[in-house]
Design a protein around this ligand. Sequence first.
Ligand code: FES
Ligand code: MG
Length: 572
Amino acid sequence: MTNRLRSNRYFGGYNQQSLVRNGHMQGLGFPDGLLRSGKPLIGIADTQSELNPCNAHLGSIAEAVKRGVWEAGGVPVTFPTISLGEPNMLPTTMLFRNLMSMDVEETIRANPIDGVVLLGGCDKTTPALLMGAASVDLPTLMVTGGPMLTPRFRGRTMGTGTDARKMADDVRAGRMRPEEFFAAEGCYARSAGHCMVMGTASTMASVAEALGMQLPGTSSIPAPDSARLQAAHRAGRRIVDMVHEDLRMSQILTRGAFENAVKVSAALSGSTNAVLHLLAIAGRTDASLELRDFDDWMRDVPWLVNLRPAGEYYMEDFHFAGGLPVVMQRLGELLATDAMTVTGRTVAENVADAECFDDDVIRPVDRPLGIGAGTAVLYGNLAPDGAVIKQAAASSDLMQHRGKAVVFDTIQECEAQIHDPDLDIDENSVLVVRNCGPRGYPGMPEVANLPIPRKLLERGIDDLVRISDARMSGTAYGTVVLHVSPEAAAGGPLALVRTGDEIVLDVPARTLSLQVDDAELDRRRAAAKRSGSKFSRGYAKLYEDHVTQAHQGADFDFLVGRGDDAPHGGDP
Ligand code: FES
Ligand code: MG
């Protein structure tokens, strides 16, 4: 058995390299013989960073994982990775997700580790860890950092981007004093942890559990709760067993696992960002997953989890209602229940004994918040490769809509002109912003929920059909068609729309069409200037040259496909 271990190939034997390697590891304080003893070496990928406050507490979770690894007879070592903090990074953390995945992949592959525990939390850290680790395919287990405690301000809960925007509006309009505004800042993040509504981070943590990559019931444990340290300790024990069982990511990340993740994200009314991330993770495996699958799989799924932004409650409430095992148990045969998970058992076995403690937070299937309210995938001459819309966030009266386009070439132009009282726009208009896709911006920022003109807001109109090649925040709202593919900057037809063109959105029919005939579109295409490269060097240049389109998950073209754990250039 021990000969199978990667670590044994590095630390065993009597040669110069084994002396140097063992010697250096003994420099950590490990006693002699420890790494020659055939104990699995477990790498713990730590995304702790004070530039990423959502993940700033992961060091304590790493310590708990280590205790579990030691207890089970493994040797734990932590290693840092790039960390992507949503609130602070520009232009958008999405620009760096693939870079982080490369860091994770190459660090795992290049080092003598036998199994990996991935510590993530903030939005992009979870998918980047899974993407990178999947490309090496060692026994791997994920522990996310958990949601923050529910913030309270003056007797009320808060904590979404929507709350922040409202307070910013209130203070500018004189409805809130600056002192109150500053006091709200102090309450906004009540503890360590990721955002505590069903935004992108909570969606991805849940998705990681639904994929079978986290221990059941652990993704929702609040960040500062001691139960999270207990779960991390158990994860440490379990990864050692997974190495002995040689239970690898490729046995867990099957098409059935992705089906489960997609369906669970619909039952959660989760973030549209999960679409991109799941496509990118699947792209690193043998499991086929296409944008079209999301629509097929989500159609019949009941929306069960009543969490903000679409519902009422917070992650803490979700956890104490029973968390994800209840959701998966209730979805029952809608799921691929025979999918293998990190426990070494199937989904069906993991959730058999799940119990719900609050049926208003996690609805029974006969009392859902909606059916098929997940992400719909639209096709048409404006989005030949697809576009998505989050139905739970959209206005029902706009789901079938015909209107004239008001087009902006950049988000900056849109923001500068949208509130101009002379702008020719009304409640029937369709607001289009382009050049915000993966290549165009670059990095596909979360700007798709474009601002509503003030003159319409003053008339009580708070939603318009909006279309772009951007993403939107998991906490955003509106009838927003996003991820239009191909994007304008890659020559997609979105580049050809002109103000005044008619656009028809029909969500029930899953279509998005521009009412301009092909001959005219061809003329426009021939006359269009293709924008050249924006960058001459560095990572942005690499990104611009190699990012794939939204319907492919916006991974790099050269990262797609299954990798393995053999060091580049062969074994030592
Ligand atoms: Fe990090 Fe929301 S900002 S999870
Ligand atoms: Mg977010």
